[in-house]
Ligand binder design. Sequence first.
Ligand code: AP5
Ligand code: MG
Length: 218
Amino acid sequence: MIPGARLVLLGRQGSGKGTQCVRLSRHFVVPHISTGDMLRAAVREGTELGKMAKAIIDAGGLVGDDIMVGLVSERLTEDDARVRGYILDGFPRTVSQAESLDKATASRPLDLAIDLVVPEEVVLERISSRRVCAKCGAIYSVAAPPSTEWVCDKCGGEVQQRADDTPESIAKRLAAYTLETQPTIDFYSASGLLVGVDGLGTPDEIFARLLGAIDAQL
Ligand code: AP5
Ligand code: MG
């Protein structure tokens, strides 16, 4: 079997992290750990975390570092992540989260942090045409819809726009990216773990580029 990997995928909102992580997770047989998906599941289930996070997510803010670090650190102790590794999507997105991840993974450090590079005007287009399954989170777009209109191919759930894909929330999320996540990218660059990958082109082309960058490092 192909060896596992310990990866972080960084990139602007709508750059295609979720789309590519599904493929990378299958390829490397590692769990796809998406903090956005974890929070949306908590919102759906109506847990205390979900109740607290919903207003923050919908407004395009960031959930507190302590909560996010606790959530991810716990997930990384599960067997699949301990044995094979993981691909982190949407975490870390502040320098403080990156420092905590460094500590949590000190015995088995990250292999690579990848910055999926897509210009702002392109992510705006991608986000406005994004549709997701409300039940399982599968990602579609107006250009690549499910085979039956707005019924998820994977679970039969309803495919709709994400609640935080409003113009106001998108503007706030992109501003938070510049303010909080760009320094996180600089953090990985300084530690020699960062590689930038062009996120323009078809999903297949981008996946091939990502595999090339990861294989070169592993
Ligand atoms: P999260 O769910 O992580 O959202 P995000 O960061 O805004 O990123 P997106 O999911 O919008 O983009 P993506 O890169 O995954 O793009 P996708 O593959 O869907 O976080 C949501 C919220 O949770 C945050 O705002 C925050 O409140 C909170 N949160 C999460 N993590 C947190 C943390 N660590 N700390 C604090 N708060 C946190 O693709 C987009 C669209 O483009 C899709 O329609 C797709 O089909 C399409 N597409 C993909 N690739 C291509 C391509 N090559 N060509 C054309 N279209 C494409
Ligand atoms: Mg995503």
